[in-house]
Design a binder for this molecule. Structure first.
Ligand SMILES: C[S@@+](CC[C@H](N)C(=O)[O-])C[C@H]1O[C@@H](n2cnc3c(N)ncnc32)[C@H](O)[C@@H]1O
Length: 236
């Protein structure tokens, strides 16, 4: 990203003080590929991991997939390539990252595959008018306060098919309201209960899900190179 001044993405402005995703990339940043570092790097590995995981969970090309916090399509490129035309929808708080996603689609020759991308900070996934078979939030709730996670689960619940599943990665804490920092292996990322990057116990996520009609299942370790775990939410 360029040095000064720091630009604020208008769509993501309310994330200031929550996580670093309020920063706006300009066209030059995107051309230089700065979005790949901004969303956490490990571009190829983390992208391929997402598709491999979802295929193990039953994702097939005809399914409709929602990518919540899709960023610049690190995983999205793999999904768009795999899924039938028009089956991928992505939403992200940061409009400049969504713009970078369009850039990546064009670079990969996937810009005619009917991917639908939206910039929105309020998880308004109903805007797509689609009932999704699968949804994923990869490295997203790790950057969100609990009330944002609650809003996300509620909104996704309403856009999910009755037999659909929403997969969410998170940094796992051993108990509820775990106030001490935790350093996770592998990757040595240190997380906090009160600031980004965040951790939660599975019980806390389960409770958030139950409040909005979702049953949570802990998948746990799924080979994430920085020690994140996976939870799956299905409509009750
Ligand atoms: C670590 S990046 C992961 C991006 C993508 N899932 C991937 O694997 O590359 C976290 C993403 O969450 C997005 N994000 C943060 N808060 C959000 C919100 N309230 N609504 C939607 N996206 C959000 C950020 O803009 C960023 O793109």
């Amino acid at each position: 990203m360029s040095d000064t001044p720091e630009r604020v993405d208008p769509s993501a402005a309310t994330m200031q003080g929550v996580n670093p995703y309020w920063r706006a990339l300009d066209a030059d940043d995107i051309r230089r590929g700065h979005h790949r570092g901004m969303i956490g790097a490990m571009w190829d590995d983390m992208g391929a991991l997402q598709l491999a995981f979802m295929r193990r969970e039953g994702l097939q090309p005809f399914h409709r997939l929602l990518d919540v916090g899709c960023g610049s399509l690190r995983g999205g490129l793999h999904f768009v390539r795999y899924l039938d035309k028009g089956r991928y929808c992505g939403i992200d708080a940061n409009a400049s990252l969504v713009e970078a996603g369009h850039h990546e689609l064009a670079l990969a020759g996937l810009d005619q595959r009917g991917a639908r991308l939206a910039a929105d900070v309020n998880f308004d996934v109903g805007r797509f008018g689609v009932e999704f078979d699968y949804a994923i939030a990869f490295s997203v709730v790790t950057h969100l306060f609990t009330d944002h996670i609650q809003a996300c689960l509620k909104r996704v619940r309403h856009a999910l098919a009755q037999n659909g599943t929403f997969y969410v990665t998170f940094f796992e804490a051993p108990d509820t309201a775990h106030l001490d920092p935790i350093t996770h292996a592998p990757g040595e990322i240190t997380t906090s209960y009160t600031q980004d990057p965040f951790h939660q116990s599975f019980e806390e996520l389960r409770t958030l899900g139950e409040r909005v009609g979702l049953r949570a299942r802990l998948i746990g370790d799924f080979g994430h190179p920085r020690g994140q775990r996976m939870a799956a939410f299905s409509p009750l």
